[in-house]
Design a protein around this ligand. Structure first.
Ligand code: CNA
Length: 278
């Protein structure tokens, strides 16, 4: 199927086609999937963008390879590079983007079935998307625990360690403490596996700001039923989005595309007002 194939569900494979579908009331169970690209305009770099991405800027940490910063066996031997980075990414420093507020708006309108995020910055929460609507597929900085005995470590102590640049150790066994974000080589949270079939119940899927390169997250859009429109809002193509007859590619900046989509739905003022209050 190429991009010129006639859609089955949408009137057209364009932003207007998606807006019409939403306005007709046929999108009542929207699944949103997000990645680092939804937070770059908040000032948090993504991983893989050339020049501005984190991987391109890790050389000062003297890592053997960029992904080592999130590798659990590397972390055991040398937690410092991760904690250097954690200091930059730690929640509280950044304001949600209008893209995060758009997800909140979908929730407020009763249209959000589930948000699956790969981000660890908690900006969806800060934008007001409630906990039970979010699956943090790669965990978050919201909690931390010992990598040996799993004992939880207090939030306040963690904030202090991050601020001073120290590496926290377990108060029970002395093991290394790590925020409960998922590293390479670690299991995803149970919530991911409990909800991974939700896309099959969706009547619209919106994928934003992700290169769809990390599995098993990248497999989620594939669970949407054939004929369910899948929209990709991203600077570049990602995964197999575009391969189905009702896929729509909106290639560009998330915030701009989201504003355009909100305008076409008649929601722009409401969205801007919601974001301004955040
Ligand atoms: P990635 O592989 O870096 O891909 C980001 C994608 O977003 C790329 O395709 C970019 O082209 C695109 N992009 C960047 N900026 C914009 C923009 N303004 N508008 C539209 N598109 C844009 O990141 P993924 O999320 O796909 O990779 C998964 C990793 C990255 C997850 O494990 C995350 O935990 C991890 N990560 C998270 C954060 C965060 O929490 N904010 C930051 C950096 C990395």
């Amino acid at each position: 199927v190429d991009e010129s194939t006639q859609p089955q569900t949408l009137e057209s494979r364009t932003l207007d086609g998606v807006a019409k579908y939403i306005k007709s009331g046929r999108a009542q169970r929207i699944v949103v999937m997000t990645g680092a690209g939804t937070s770059t305009s908040a000032g948090i770099p993504d991983f893989r963008s050339p020049e501005t991405g984190l991987y391109a800027n890790l050389s000062r940490l003297n890592l053997p390879y960029a992904e080592a910063v999130f590798d659990i066996s590397y972390f055991r031997n040398n937690p410092l590079p991760f904690y250097t980075l954690a200091r930059e990414l730690y929640p509280g420093k950044y304001r949600p983007t209008i893209t995060h507020s758009f997800i909140r708006l979908l929730h407020d309108k009763g249209l959000l079935l589930k948000l699956f995020t790969q981000n660890i910055d908690c900006l969806e929460r800060e934008a007001g998307v409630p906990d039970d609507a979010i699956v943090e597929a790669h965990g978050s900085f919201a909690r931390q625990s010992c990598i040996e005995c799993r004992a939880p470590y207090p939030d306040e102590a963690m904030r202090e360690m991050i601020a001073t640049g120290d590496v926290p150790h377990c108060e029970e066994c002395g093991g290394l403490v790590k925020p409960e974000i998922v590293f390479f080589g670690e299991q995803l949270p149970a919530a991911f596996f409990l909800n991974r079939m939700k896309p099959a119940e969706a009547d619209l899927c919106i994928v934003m700001g992700t290169s769809l390169t990390v599995q098993p997250f990248a497999s989620l859009p594939g669970f949407c039923t054939e004929g369910t429109p899948r929209v990709l809002i991203n600077k570049e193509r990602a995964g197999s989005l575009g391969s189905r007859a009702d896929d729509v590619l909106l290639l560009g900046d998330c915030d701009e595309c989201v504003r355009d989509l909100a305008r076409a739905c008649g929601w722009l003022e409401e969205l801007e007002a919601l974001w301004a209050k955040t």
